[in-house]
Design a protein around this ligand. Structure first.
Ligand code: SAM
Ligand code: SF4
Length: 338
């Protein structure tokens, strides 16, 4: 057999081409990594571009007009993403989260969702497909996303104070437009809807209570995320992290809160509910309480590199296999050995 590998490497992330085993075993639907963690949840980044410049994620000083975003040919095509999704589902993945950059910037994203929605899990259930978005295009796209087969969305919103939010997204984007996107998603039934708020002490922590008041009794699950270090780009400092425990303390000053049991092992957010029945909130403590032990997520980058940890710097170059002369069984075998 001739092995054809197209050597388009993205030098920004170290990666290696996974080994394709000579003996292929049928996937058991129970893929686990070397730490024995089962793989249930796959995040797929569909673009590295974004129309926001959130200071904690894509600071303008780094992601400026000279920044080299990936060329179109480096991106996995919809066919390549769907092929990999099928392979991962055979290994036990049940949930796919589309992310980015800003996933709604990827042209014809609805077509990809339609393709993914046809995949069934190993137990014959529809794949759970969700998407995380800054909601700038959500009001316009909610219906077409729902029609394509998207089940839920998570919207990122860091506060209700317009000046604070505009400063944090750094492109002067107004809160009102995000709220319109949230309403549109609720109207078409992209539910239950979650809202992610990254909390930076001294920047938007005064927005914790206003956000809680706004989303109580709305069916929206508000989740507070500890501000993380995402590489050398965001100038991260520990004193800007507000530990989740303090978020809950602040909520308790106004609303009695009760802890809720996790839905499943490895759930990212610790769950709480308002004692008066106002709904649920979550806290994601990636800094003060990293949840590596029962993590069940993997992430596939825009150019097809697989990372088994959100903090990993070395990925497995699955695009090289997709664009090489390998069958689904061979790629599945390689994935099974990562
Ligand atoms: N653009 C989409 C959005 O903002 O929802 C999807 C991609 S964004 C990278 C996914 C999530 O990561 C968002 O909820 C965002 O708030 C969160 N995020 C980005 N940088 C972060 C950081 N430094 N610390 C904590 N969360 C972060
Ligand atoms: Fe864009 Fe999302 Fe990052 Fe903000 S958090 S810069 S919206 S990718």
């Amino acid at each position: 057999m001739t092995v054809k590998i197209i050597p388009i490497a993205d030098i920004r992330y170290a990666s290696r081409v996974p080994h394709v085993p000579a003996q292929i075993q049928t996937p058991s639907g129970l893929l686990a990594d070397t730490l024995g963690r089962p793989l249930r949840d796959l995040r797929i980044s569909v673009t590295d571009r974004c129309n926001f410049r959130c200071s904690y994620c894509m600071p303008r000083e780094v992601f400026d007009k000279d920044y080299a975003f990936l060329p179109q040919t480096s991106l996995l095509s919809f066919e390549e993403i769907t092929r990999l999704a099928r392979i991962f589902v055979a290994h036990g993945v049940e949930k796919i989260r589309l992310t980015g950059g800003e996933p709604l910037l990827r042209k014809h994203i609805e077509v990809l969702i339609e393709m993914l929605a046809k995949i069934k899990t190993t137990s014959g259930q529809p794949l759970d497909i969700t998407l995380t978005t800054n909601a700038s295009l959500l009001a316009k796209k909610a219906q077409s996303l729902k029609d394509a087969g998207l089940q839920r969305v998570t919207v990122s919103l860091d506060g209700l104070d317009d000046a604070i939010f505009r400063r944090m997204n750094d492109v002067d984007f107004p809160v009102a437009e995000v709220l319109k996107g949230i309403e549109a998603a609720q109207r078409v039934g992209l539910a239950p809807l979650k809202v992610n708020m990254v909390v930076k002490r001294g920047t938007n922590d005064a927005e914790i209570l206003p956000m809680a008041r706004h989303f109580r009794h709305s069916g929206v699950v508000l989740r507070f995320i500890e501000y993380m270090d995402v590489g050398a780009t965001n100038g991260w400092r520990m004193d800007e992290v507000l530990p989740s425990a303090q978020v809950i303390e602040r909520l308790q000053t106004e609303f009695p809160m009760l802890a809720v049991n996790p839905n499943y092992a490895g759930e990212t957010a610790e769950r709480w509910r308002y004692a008066d029945g106002g709904g649920e909130v979550g806290v994601i403590s990636s800094v003060t309480h990293a949840f590596c032990g029962d993590c069940n997520r993997a992430r596939l980058s825009t150019e097809g590199k697989l990372f088994l940890c959100l903090f990993a710097s070395q990925g497995q170059d699955l695009r090289a296999l997709l664009r090489g002369d390998f069958s689904d069984e061979q790629i599945g075998g390689a994935v099974g050995h990562i």
